[in-house]
Design a protein around this ligand. Structure first.
Ligand SMILES: [Zn+2]
Length: 115
């Protein structure tokens, strides 16, 4: 765990301050959207289309989504690509913040200072 060494050098007070700040700055969790964005160029398959000569259509944006047992690609319409991209990026920041808050709590627990 990468936080471990760094957190160990902080005082209990510093750890609590850091935890409070991270919790306060947590992005809007309603934005959470887990997945990875992919761009794909595609061939439509129609005879005589420009894509048959290699001039493919697209890019089309897909969100790779993992559910309980499988991974699927969900088409993302052009008018929501920006919003979806922002949500995916926000989700990364939320998850990083939660991981760090948890690491701080583990450190506090190890010192008998979790409360
Ligand atoms: Zn085509």
């Amino acid at each position: 765990m990468k936080y471990k060494t760094r957190l160990r050098t902080l005082s209990v007070r510093q750890l609590r301050t850091r935890r409070a700040r991270m919790a306060r700055q947590l992005p809007d969790i309603e934005a959470t959207l887990r997945g990875a964005l992919h761009r794909q160029m595609r061939r439509c398959g129609k005879a005589g289309c420009r894509c048959a000569d290699g001039e493919l259509h697209g890019p089309y944006i897909y969100l790779s989504v993992r559910t309980d047992e499988r991974t699927g690609l969900l088409y993302v319409p052009a008018d929501v690509v920006e919003g979806v991209t922002r949500r995916v990026e926000t989700t990364g920041r939320i998850e990083a913040a939660l991981a760090e808050i948890s690491a701080i709590n583990i450190e506090l627990l190890a010192r008998g200072e979790l409360n």
